[in-house]
Design a protein around this ligand. Structure first.
Ligand SMILES: O=C(O)c1cc(=O)[nH]c(=O)n1[C@@H]1O[C@H](COP(=O)(O)O)[C@@H](O)[C@H]1O
Length: 267
């Protein structure tokens, strides 16, 4: 799914919701009797109408062994092609190995996008950018506390935070049609800076719901003329008493944000 198509979906659905498919066998309702695929299908059925993207985090499937791979494939098949599918795997290795991670995400799984850790530099990211129509979503400012350890440290040469340096460098490797950045909703205070660094890129924004991120501030400071945001919620929807309702409420908040900040496209 390319950028124009993604924006079109956002306009049609008046939503920029990404539902995180992170199934925790210990939290799946007893009525599913441990059937992770049936649980995922029920979540997809409940949220399809409100979401523009789904983000299965591969950790939750890898932990289930062979069966997990089968469930991951079947989940992606069940989503179909009307939603952007993000394989959240946070990969990045020497070029040869990254090439195989890219093959896994884009060819084997058939995902549209994969999350990528930029720590190993240009040759570790480039293989993810060699698939036309596919996306690399590079970690910029993450939602966790440990993000302070490196990402926000000020660099002697540039006088800016490391995430700033990383984003500007990564933007030299690909266009806003193939690159997005991960920007955590718990770091809402950074969003105006993030937007000034990357005015045209989409941001994948995890951290609302269970991690307590600020959706309103993210929208206020993070939107661009094409919305430019995909806001993820995983546990906040998966384990809500009524997942459809939780997704609908988020969609409604997003709809008001679109009306406030992008009135010309939300008619
Ligand atoms: O890349 C991610 O999606 C990600 C980056 C980040 O900085 N923080 C973060 O929480 N995530 C992922 O987003 C999801 C958040 O889940 P919830 O906190 O349950 O909504 C998980 O799959 C995380 O691995």
């Amino acid at each position: 799914m390319d950028r124009a198509e993604l924006f079109q979906r956002i306009q049609q659905k008046r939503s920029f919701l990404c539902v995180g498919l992170d199934p925790d066998p210990d939290r799946i309702p007893a009525s599913f009797d441990g059937d992770v695929l049936a649980f995922n299908r029920s979540i997809i059925d409940a949220t399809r109408e409100y979401a523009v993207a789904y983000k299965p985090n591969t950790a939750f499937y890898e932990a289930l062994g062979l069966d997990g791979m089968r469930i991951l494939h079947a989940t992606i098949d069940y989503i179909g092609r009307d939603h952007l599918i993000i394989a959240d795997a946070k990969r990045g290795d020497i070029g040869n190995t990254s090439g195989y991670y890219a093959r896994f995400a884009f060819e084997t799984l058939g995902a549209d996008a994969i999350t990528v850790a930029p720590y190993m530099g240009e040759d570790s990211v480039r293989p993810f950018l060699s698939y036309p129509g596919k996306w690399a979503i590079v970690l910029a400012v993450t939602s966790n506390e440990g993000g302070d350890d490196f990402q926000h440290t000020v660099q002697q040469d540039t006088g800016t935070a490391l995430y700033d340096k990383v984003m500007r460098r990564v933007m030299e490797w690909g266009s806003p049609d193939q690159l997005m950045f991960v920007c955590g909703a718990t770091r809402a205070e950074t969003f105006s800076t993030l937007r000034s660094i990357a005015p045209d890129h989409f941001f994948l924004v995890p951290g609302i719901g269970a991690q307590g991120g600020d959706l309103q501030a993210v929208c206020r400071f993070g939107m661009n003329a094409q919305c430019g945001l995909l806001v993820n919620s995983s546990r906040g929807i998966l384990y809500a008493q009524d997942p459809a309702r939780a997704a609908r409420e988020l969609q409604q908040e997003m709809q008001s944000a679109l009306e406030n900040y992008l009135p010309e496209v939300s008619q």
